[in-house]
Design a protein around this ligand. Structure first.
Ligand SMILES: *Cc1c(COP(=O)(O)O)cnc(C)c1O
Length: 297
């Protein structure tokens, strides 16, 4: 897991030139083929704290295709910690590629019914042992944001006017707000349909006494909802790969890149704007499709 592998990719396209806007993509997906970029940053300080507190096991929550689950499994193995994943729903007949890889990294999977899954504290009370360290679903929390705040340290020359990133729990967004320059504007694209609690989720991770750069979350690029991937989105992923050799995942980064094109074309950004898109990884999730849209001949 080597952050040194991170680089920015410049996107050259007519829709950018016509609107006098530039776009670079921070390729966190290139850090590792399985552990998606932002998850490595988000996990860093949790695992540090687990080790500092003398814990030997990390437990967390996620679905069968969760980038967070697989990243936790792998990062724990690297850190010499045991890992346990509470997985939402019943075990499928065939293990998802995500869970297969998580198990291969030594994670113990415990399936909990969808109903029980909503009662996280109950699950913790029932299973947790003294030497366990619990990480929230999706890595939501202040230490997660603290790690994500370091993402921008990997930008060679941070002279961007806007930073754009996809939003799940909003932990990364909070981190970017913490790590950005005062004059920069941070825009989050929600992968979920109508999850308006995200604004509060960001606020809860930020200090009340500091002034931050301005940020916003856009809610109209969800393509039907979380993890929904209609044909149009799959076609968009294939086309983006063909045109720019930019690989996108079905849950997060495809919706983000789509939103950027749409916003540029709608003159959302003033001429002269310099955009940075955070490619937060997640490409392993495409393995859940019958055919990976990036597997072009
Ligand atoms: C988890 C994830 C996100 C969302 O990050 P949050 O901090 O939960 O908002 C975005 N992109 C990818 C690829 C992810 O795996």
């Amino acid at each position: 897991l080597i952050p040194d592998l991170i680089y920015t990719q410049n996107i050259s396209a007519k829709w950018l030139r016509d609107n006098e806007v530039s776009l670079d993509v921070l390729r966190l997906d290139e850090m590792h083929p399985i552990v998606s970029g932002n998850k490595w940053f988000k996990l860093k300080y949790y695992l540090q704290q687990a080790i500092d507190e003398g814990k030997n096991t990390v437990a967390t929550f996620g679905g069968a295709y969760s980038n967070h689950i697989i990243a936790t499994a792998y990062a724990c193995k690297e850190a010499g910690l045991k890992s346990i994943g509470f997985i939402r729903g019943e075990p499928a007949e065939k293990l998802s590629s995500t869970l297969y890889q998580a198990e291969k990294s030594g994670m113990q999977l415990i399936y909990v019914s969808r109903e029980k899954y909503t009662q996280k504290q109950q699950i913790i009370d029932e299973y947790s042992k003294e030497n366990w360290y619990i990480i929230n679903e999706g890595g939501y929390g202040i230490l997660g944001a603290k790690g994500a705040a370091e993402i921008l340290d990997y930008v060679a020359e941070n002279d961007y006017t806007h930073i754009l990133a996809s939003v799940g729990t909003a932990t990364m967004l909070a981190g970017l707000v913490m790590g950005a320059e005062q004059h920069q504007q941070i825009i989050g694209i929600s992968s979920m349909k109508g999850n308006t609690s995200l604004e509060q989720a960001v606020k809860d991770l930020l200090s009340q006494t500091k002034t931050y750069p301005s940020y916003s979350i856009l809610h109209n690029y969800h393509f039907g909802g979380y993890a929904k991937h209609p044909k149009a989105l799959i076609a968009f992923i294939t086309e983006t790969w063909r045109q720019f050799q930019l690989p996108l995942d079905i849950v997060y980064t495809s919706k983000l890149f789509f939103a950027i094109i749409d916003l540029v074309n709608k003159n959302y950004f003033l001429p002269g704007s310099k955009l940075l898109m955070i490619h937060s990884g997640g490409l392993q999730g495409n393995n859940s499709l019958p055919q990976n849209p990036l597997a072009l001949s």
